[in-house]
Ligand binder design. Sequence first.
Ligand code: PFF
Length: 452
Amino acid sequence: MIKQRENFGSRFAVIAAMAGSAVGLGNIWRFPFVLGEYGGAAFILVYMMASLVLALPIFYAESIIGRRSRCDTFGAMKKLAPGTAWRWAGLLTIVSPLLILSYYSVVGGWSVEYLFKSLSFSFTEVPAEKIPDFFGRFISSPWQPIFAHTAFMLIVAGIVLAGVSNGIELFSKLAMPALLVLILVIVGYSLTLPGSMKGVEYLLKPDFSRLTPQAYAAAVGQAFFSLSLGVGTILTYSSYVKKDENLMVSGLGTAVSDLVFAVISAFAVMPAVFAAGLQPGAGPGLVFETLPYIFNKMGEGLPMLSTLISSVFFAAILAAALTSAISMLEVGVAFLTDEKGMKRRSATLLLAFLCWVVGVLCSLSFGSLSRIKVLGLSFFDFLDHLCSDWLLPLGGLIFTLFVGWKMSKADVRDEFTNGGTRNVRIFGAVYFLMRYVAPVGIVVIFLTNLFL
Ligand code: PFF
């Protein structure tokens, strides 16, 4: 039974909420270290191509299903393909964002902890050399990361409880512009450091010899994660988009914002890394180990400045992580309220609690549960690989096959062109990308993940 749905109030609200979901730890934490591993500028170019040619058509596929049905992902498939097994595919895409939220919240908790540490001068009281060790000790300790994870999850649940317009829309409209300003402050600081120009060169001068097949697969995987694709978030948010909104513009706005934030984050991180004489390919610890070290080192004798800059940086990461995390929780909440008739409050609390429990296991997998392995990986790494290498692309494949091969072309055109009034000329190209290019691209990614 479908109830009266809430809507996003304006185009800015739509783009802020969708870009809020897209821009997150994937941009500020993941993108800089992945590009550091695959060689800088050339990777950025491949990433841009992957976002626009492969990811954007899948984004449109999700938007078309969401707005056409005005339902959660399970209900959408049930409504648009009644009596078929497609709804079970829809159900899968409700489980994956909840799995992602479970470990994402642990990393979100790290940013809560690092913000507190920055504000309480903890990074300036110790010699810079000790800071990278601090990260290892923190994530492997039993209680601190769980408290931080709990705090993060409580904030996420609080925002989702407030509803679509008073919670998600309001928070995203405030957080996204603030995030842009915070990141630009860090870019400004980073570029003034002596030696930072080597980092700028690294980001602008492509070295194509570093582009291996793995680099292409990593670029596509990053584009999926970063645009929140294949997990029903874009579908669910699109179900709150009004009928006269131009889907092409809101999708493009989101993809471009996501790209811009990723590139700006790289310009915030890499020049500082080069200025400090550190390695760009330091891996996932790049942001949490390297940046507090850099802020401390550069601010020696100036603890206030150092504290201010690192607090701004971790506040930015926290804001970005929150706007993404709420979108993950909203997918399941929409399902339980739409399909099971649950109250928003009970649905939010139930799902947040389940994700919290799984998150506790993820957090402990860095410490007391580190000996327990799933397919040779820690529980945290297992969930991360399961989701980003398999479930996200699988969800993307489901949505693009549904739009390209199950829905009638007339319905797809009607939705994308707002009844033949907008985007009519580019529809053919978008449809071709959704029907052929995107599914083939995803299958290639599966094969690369399987064999490389
Ligand atoms: N796009 C988010 C990021 O870049 O951090 C991650 C994400 C959000 C993944 C929402 C999946 C999702 F459903």
